[in-house]
Design a protein around this ligand. Structure first.
Ligand SMILES: Nc1ncnc2c1ncn2[C@@H]1O[C@H](COP(=O)(O)OP(=O)(O)O)[C@@H](O)[C@H]1O
Ligand SMILES: [Mg+2]
Length: 253
């Protein structure tokens, strides 16, 4: 059974059909990539699935249950986390504090329960800090734990955002261009990190332009073009697909 089912999904912004009648499903435990030229609708698709946008038509199901109209917070509670194409970092906070924001987002859903148990706030904070420190190590940023975000290199901030999303303890994580703007060495580090995240049991949905990374990591690939599904399949199937070569891969080869 698929973890995520998207059927006939569409959204229109005025005359712009950003996503048109897109259908696909994602099995638990895989790395699923979404590729396509700029403006193809990749980020819009993430915004639809994670509850930022409401679709014009179509259906989205998580574990066979419709998640239509659920807020990003409710969806986070059901195990969805994401990173954004552009950095969303609190620059005047330290790296570990940024990661703790993710853990707070998770725990604040249980605030009432927590308040009834009257826990020591400081104990909770220590626990979150330890969890966040563990995630900083997981993403290879232990040396930046107490660094202010505005003192960190861009590549480190991109990985810190993955740690923050993981702090929400997701079942499925959506990464929107995690290697954009990174140098080749940093790109390899992100590539390895995405593999590690997948190996830890989290289903990964990846938007990425680096074809080497996409081909290396993906179990399956969805190709969007002008908001429509152009193709879907394994890396090998996508690489050989004449429509994909004409619309996208040709230009990237
Ligand atoms: N909030 C919005 N309002 C109007 N148009 C939008 C909005 N979000 C996305 N679009 C349009 O939808 C199309 C797809 O954009 P996007 O999903 O960002 O593409 P990609 O991530 O594949 O580069 C573009 O034409 C973009 O201008
Ligand atoms: Mg985008």
């Amino acid at each position: 059974m698929a973890l995520l089912d998207v059927s006939n999904l569409s959204i229109h912004f005025g005359g712009v059909k950003a996503v048109q009648n897109v259908t696909f499903s994602i099995d638990a435990g895989i790395v699923y990539s979404v590729i396509g030229p700029n403006g193809a609708g990749k980020t819009t698709l993430f915004n639809l699935i994670t509850g930022v946008y409401t679709p014009t038509a179509g259906e989205i199901r998580l574990d066979s249950e419709s998640i239509q109209g659920k807020s990003p917070n409710e969806l986070a509670e059901r195990g969805m986390a994401r990173t954004f194409q552009n950095l969303q970092v609190c620059m005047n906070m330290t790296a570990i504090e940024n990661v703790m924001v993710g853990a707070h987002l998770r725990l604040d859903r249980n605030m009432l329960k927590a308040a009834l148990r009257l826990p020591s706030l400081r104990a909770r904070d220590n626990e979150l800090r330890q969890e966040a420190a563990e995630l900083m190590r997981f993403v290879g940023l232990e040396r930046f734990i107490d660094a202010r975000a505005d003192s960190m290199p861009y590549g480190a901030l991109k990985r810190m955002e993955i740690a923050r999303a993981l702090a929400m303890k997701p079942r499925i994580i959506f990464l929107d261009e995690p290697a954009a703007g990174l140098n080749p060495k940093e790109t390899i580090e992100v590539d390895q990190l995405v593999r590690k995240v997948a190996d830890s049991g989290v289903t990964v949905v990846l938007v990425e332009h680096d074809m080497k990374m996409v081909m290396n990591l993906s179990d399956r690939i969805l190709v969007l073009d002008y908001g429509k599904k152009l193709a879907e399949g394994t890396g090998e199937e996508i690489r050989r697909n004449p429509d994909v070569i004409a619309a996208y891969l040709g230009a990237h080869a």
